[in-house]
Design a protein around this ligand. Structure first.
Ligand code: AMP
Ligand code: MG
Length: 339
């Protein structure tokens, strides 16, 4: 089902259009929905059977918890047991938006949503269609990215149909996603030094700098540091993910702007780069993405989907800047198998 800008501009019309998909969600069906990050595979988060069908459709391992989407911060009480003051500050600053908070869950949230953890990941998406659908359904919606497990996340409705067509009851198509990569995931938890602290579990659409500007210090859950084992704390963070079937290989750009194509290279090859093609003329397929991190992130997954279909032996990917603004994109490319 298609939702146009004109529909979005007319709240009454949008509500009518979304009445059926909202009912399908309440009935326990799987409805893929647009969000500002990526398309989600949505089901009523409080309906255990419906949530199980998400895992079946994606073939996602059961220990990997889902993010629950709410239409408004006032819905938090439906899924979380407590909202600490530091979490409240994050919500005030970043919702609606690409920030997921991991908070103590209510007993009504089925184990299948949380992977058996005593916490639940929750966020309010910044997408008018997602919000209108949530409001119409009037149930919190568990929604991981609408792609088969370990494949590239979808940023268009067509990506969803390509990956999960036949396994989803409906797709609400509202055009390409504006952020293009998944949400940042943080936990708010007791600080051993007293008070609370914010722990970054996954880089994403909200940058570490943005978080720091609001809460000061942000801890990073990394391998075996004092914050704990990242695999246990944020399941799903460790596997290979977001992967095209083409091998990805990193290449540097010289100071004069030229991209360094290696001498020994399988052909045909594709090039994924930033700003311009760096003088490379013999690639079978070229994707030049915006030079800024937000623009690059927005178009990254669509470019990876194209690489998958380019019929090349290898894809060269331009090395990205080291700074924190690029952390989420670097993370996704690393997990797509870039080396
Ligand atoms: P996605 O794959 O985009 O649906 O995001 C799900 C990811 O959010 C999981 O793989 C975890 O990394 C994280 N997450 C969700 N809920 C929790 C939770 N209760 N505790 C820790 N991490 C969570
Ligand atoms: Mg995913």
């Amino acid at each position: 089902m298609r939702v146009t800008d004109a529909d979005v501009g007319d709240a009454a019309r949008l509500a009518v259009l979304l009445r059926e998909p909202a009912q399908w969600l309440r009935d326990g069906r799987l409805v893929a929905l647009p969000t500002e990050t990526v398309y989600g595979l949505g089901a009523n988060a409080l309906d255990e059977t419906a949530v199980r069908s998400i895992f079946a459709a994606k073939q996602r391992p059961a220990f990997n918890p889902l993010i629950v989407h709410v239409a408004d911060p006032s819905w938090l009480g439906r899924v979380v047991a407590d909202v600490p003051p530091l979490a409240r500050r994050l919500i005030d600053a970043f919702w609606p938006g690409p920030l997921t908070l991991v908070l103590p869950r209510r007993p009504e949230v089925p184990d299948v949503v949380t992977g058996g953890l005593d916490t639940v990941g929750v966020r309010m998406p910044a997408h008018p269609v997602a919000l209108a659908l949530l409001r119409a359904a009037d149930v919190p919606v568990a929604a991981p990215s609408a792609n088969p497990f370990t494949r590239i996340s979808p940023t268009t409705a067509q990506h969803v149909l390509d990956g999960l067509g036949g396994r989803v009851f409906a797709v609400v198509d509202a055009g390409p996603c504006a952020v293009g990569i998944e949400s940042t995931v943080v936990a708010v938890e007791a600080d051993p030094r007293g008070g609370e602290r914010v722990v970054l579990l996954r880089e994403g659409g909200t940058t570490r700098e943005q978080l720091q500007a609001v809460v000061g210090e942000v801890f990073v859950a990394d391998h075996a540091d004092e914050v704990g084992d990242a695999a246990r704390r944020s399941p799903g963070r460790v596997e290979r993910h977001y992967a095209p079937s083409v091998p990805l290989r990193s290449i540097a750009r010289r100071a004069d702007g030229a991209l360094q194509v290696p001498n020994e290279l399988e052909r045909p090859f594709a090039l994924l780069c930033r700003g311009d093609a760096g003088g490379v003329t013999d690639a079978a397929h070229v994707d030049v993405l915006p030079a800024d991190p937000a623009g690059f992130a927005r178009e990254l997954y669509a470019a990876l989907h194209r690489l998958d279909r380019a019929g090349v032996a290898v894809a060269l990917v331009e090395q990205l800047p080291d700074d924190a603004a690029w952390a989420a994109v670097r993370d996704r490319l690393r997990r797509a198998g870039l080396r």
